[in-house]
Design a protein around this ligand. Sequence first.
Ligand SMILES: Cc1cc2nc3c(=O)[nH]c(=O)nc-3n(C[C@H](O)[C@H](O)[C@H](O)COP(=O)(O)OP(=O)(O)OC[C@H]3O[C@@H](n4cnc5c(N)ncnc54)[C@H](O)[C@@H]3O)c2cc1C
Length: 501
Amino acid sequence: MHNSIIIIGSGLGGLLTGFLLSREGLQVTVLEKHRKFGGCLQTFKRDRFTFDTGMHYTGSLASGQPLSNYWKYFELSDRLDLRKMDENGFDRISYLGTEYPLAQGFDNFREQLLPYFPDEQTALKKYTNNLQEVADSHPLYSVELPPESNNDHFQSILASSYLSDLSSGIRHPASGIRLADILAGNNFLYAGNPATTPLSQFGLINHSLISSSWRLAGGSQQVADILVEGIRANGGQVLARKKVMKISKKGDLFQVSVKDGELFVADQVVSDIHPVATLELLEGIQVQKVYQERIRSLPNSVSVFSIYLGLKSETFPFLNYNFYHYRTDYIWSGLPSQGAEWPNSFLFMTPPEKDQGKFASTAVIMSTMLFDEWKTWKKSDSGAREKSYFVNKAKKAKQLLELVYTKFPDLKKAVVTIDISTPLTWRDYTGTPQGSMYGIVKDANNPQKTTIFPKTKIPGLFFTGQNVNLHGALGVTIGAVMTCGEILGLPHVLKSIKQSL
Ligand SMILES: Cc1cc2nc3c(=O)[nH]c(=O)nc-3n(C[C@H](O)[C@H](O)[C@H](O)COP(=O)(O)OP(=O)(O)OC[C@H]3O[C@@H](n4cnc5c(N)ncnc54)[C@H](O)[C@@H]3O)c2cc1C
């Protein structure tokens, strides 16, 4: 058996893959370009404040639920500092002065929304039943082996069409918004696009969050730290400041060169970085032209503009929910407004500390944004940008904060520090083309073409991470299990995971 594996990138996908393969006895080396591990799990510090970058909440971590089951194997479930979000509204969708709650528990979900849409009882019942059908159609969601030809027809149904057909279209008497818009009101989470987002993606994410919703108190870095510790305890190596520059082959072995000139050699390679970025690293390795062209032609999901606020002590309340606000009734985040029209919407959060009290210490604001708004500076690197870039950054932050302050007027006087990240920050930080949040777009019109399989056309080279299967905590976890399944055999991997339950 091939025994040594190099994993490129220490995001959630790379670390889970590294943990599983090292636990199953393979010799694992994870190479990370940054000084800190975790990719989108990383937290950063400004003064006394700690901020999450790309993982703010996650679903189905209650005992016996899908992510909890998987994370037991990865020795995460019992060690994380979790905080359950508001049962009666973990997400609140705000539009024209009304806040619509998305609640935890399927019965509770319907009960909490029904008063806002009293004529939509049938649609709400159908909705929760349909989410369950989507979940049931994914055996891996329940740690079960999929049949040989698992034809997922929910992949080829548009979430937007499904939602339009679901409800009667009756509008809320005060705000005029439809139930369908509220059900997709947290679509920032999957960069929802009415022309592409598949019902399978929409359904799995919503099923997971309605099952139960959690934050990682003190930050998501804890997930990365526990996994790094686990890989090392299993005999693997996890190395920082090792930016991979080249992947080549000598005989049967892969040679992976990093920026400082060091060379790593292994039987197999798993890439946790974007598939296009992976192809660009290959040197002297033959890859079918059609395969390369297909991967390079796939569009990426939208990018994001984020503001991280440090707050004065005991001035702004801690909110145990996410607040999604819409300025108009156009709700799709995957196609954001531009220029002076931006932002049409935002996500506002007050992440919990380890000993969270009544007041928030930080707030994070995010709004999706097109990379093209930053194309003037696209050739610049983080740490070496022109003055005009910072002027634009401040202008956009002002536009976003002005909208946020209309909903939270007391926030303004509570702010002590402001940090901002743009689509260029994301591009340079994760190495993802156009600073895309969730990688390659899954398209209901062409699910086969937009599915990235863990096994590549290059023998011994595999993909893991958010482009395989799905993005997000649960999506990347199942994707990592699929990747390890290609290497060790899926029945064997699932058996090991089940034994840990
Ligand atoms: C703004 C934002 C908010 C999000 N919010 C949530 C949320 O609330 N809940 C949720 O479940 N999901 C959320 N997600 C999605 C989730 O964070 C990602 O899907 C997931 O963390 C991606 O993991 P990954 O392993 O695929 O990639 P990444 O985390 O991008 O990791 C890739 C790693 O590879 C490294 N790397 C890149 N190039 C090289 C190289 N050449 N050599 C070595 N290393 C390299 C990078 O430094 C990075 O560490 C969010 C994402 C974003 C961007």
